[in-house]
Design a protein around this ligand. Sequence first.
Ligand code: TNX
Length: 596
Amino acid sequence: MSTPPATAPVPPESTGPAGVPAARTGGTTDRTPPTAPETTAVGAVAAREVAAVDPVGGAARTTGELAETAAREATAQLARPAPVRLDDVVPAPERVTPDATADHLLTADTVIRVSAEPAALAVAEQLAALLRPATGYPLPVTDTAAPTPAGGIALDLTGDPDLGAEGYRLDVTRDGVRLTAGTAAGLHHGVQTLRQLLPADIESPTPVTRRWVLPGGSVLDRPRFPHRGAMLDVARHFFGVPDVLRVIDHLARYKLNRLHLHLTDDQGWRIAVDSWPGLSTVGGATEVGGGPGGYYTQADYRRIVAYAAARHITVVPEIDLPGHTNAALAAYPELAPDRTAPPPYTGTEVGFSYVDPAHERTYDFVADVLGELAALTPGQWLHIGGDEAFKVPADVYAAFVERVQRIVAGLGKTIVGWHQIAPAGHVDGRILQWWGTNGDDPQTADAVRRGARLILSPGNHAYLDMKYAPDTPIGHDWAGLVDVRRAYEWDPATHLTGVPTEAVLGVEAPLWTESVTNLAEIEFMLLPRLPAIAELGWSPRRAHDWDAFRRRLAGHGPRWTRAGITFHRAPEIPWPTDADIPAPRLPSEMQGRVPC
Ligand code: TNX
């Protein structure tokens, strides 16, 4: 039984999210202890638990006595503030209205009630799966129509259309919790908020005996931008399906909704293509540093896509063209300008390889590869790369991109490319991904005037392969050092000269992996910067405030620690100092490595 018996001393409250005493994190100082009427659901639940654990024999006590004890206990429990504040959430919600008298206690009898739609049911099951390990509570998921007592956690998909495609509303009262949204994606994002409002112990994979209190009040929340993504380069180093699924979990926590997979590059081709099998079997057998590489079968890729979709994340696959193609050329020399297979490449230079734009066979290759990928990808977008084709003359490059754009349009997909594709002609829906560092590029501004829209990944703010500091053991510094503050302090809406806010679809944090070799290193580079980029993408501009952000972010250290997630203990974040927050383990492989 996870709830302490009524006769036992109540365990001391843990510290708040930033390691400060909970009293300081409980919102207003004037938290009047609520008086619990004897007949509240909480009291009734506690009464059953008291009866079950009463060492002197519950049978000898009257129901009235039990209810009275239970009510006293519930009052005592709720009198102390919740250890997390309603406005501690990352990314910051649009509107938060705390109510210090409305904290809600989860109990072993809490039920998750959900409206009948399958998509909502799936979110409810995920919520239950997130909360069961640490609470040890059964948390059954039941139809709203079922004759269960009021209270518990209700997920309601019939909500307000004003909440849009991804918004939600969360109401926490003493008697129950209600999450409302117009879409399952909105419910999903609301669940991430709910999860963050519980103590950090909720991340424990095994039961923790403690009070599970949600801070009272309501949250109304909607994203600022529709595109909020991260990119994982699986080409420079290959990462297996379980690693990618774990990265998807990290994205979901922070309400990101796109996973851009950089599937091909000079050092490796990572997706099986039935019509060109050598791409993966030959082109996939290498990686930076000479490791074995690897590739996703189409079934693997489908699994990644489905896992992401279940978390309301769309996979955006990238086939980088015409440059960054050494692995493809090694497998199919007929695509090379000199029709000669180059040796496999395991270094970290860029810009030397390209498929022959003057050869018709190249367009068969592009159409076949993109055709298979489009069929495997339910999402709307195909990313065609387009960066650093240094050896292809500008006019030839533009003509190549235009032809590929037509192929993508013919497949019914929307094209995305790095901002180098700007000079090519416009096609409907075209999206450029900005990765420059100076915020001023007339060609990109011109493409926007012709109708293109933008995803912002400025190298000097959003590139998560940049080192945090000079002594960061892995990463690059060509775009400068990117500490958490630098990742956070910029505005996507006004970042690029000559580009109006309306053209900005959102943000994306790319993680290139020339120097990143395993999951712990991925997490070390993502966290804690990914939540910074997520907040820029989700939260209203007026919520952006470095000091408030770093305080809220600090509470995530204990969460990651409990979940076994590696992170960089960035010195500018006031991490909790209590003994159970050890310094994040640095992957042993990183010790003593020469950064590239
Ligand atoms: C530039 S950004 C690249 C990548 C490298 C990265 C390293 C972009 C579109 N191209 O090929 O991996 O720098 O930071």
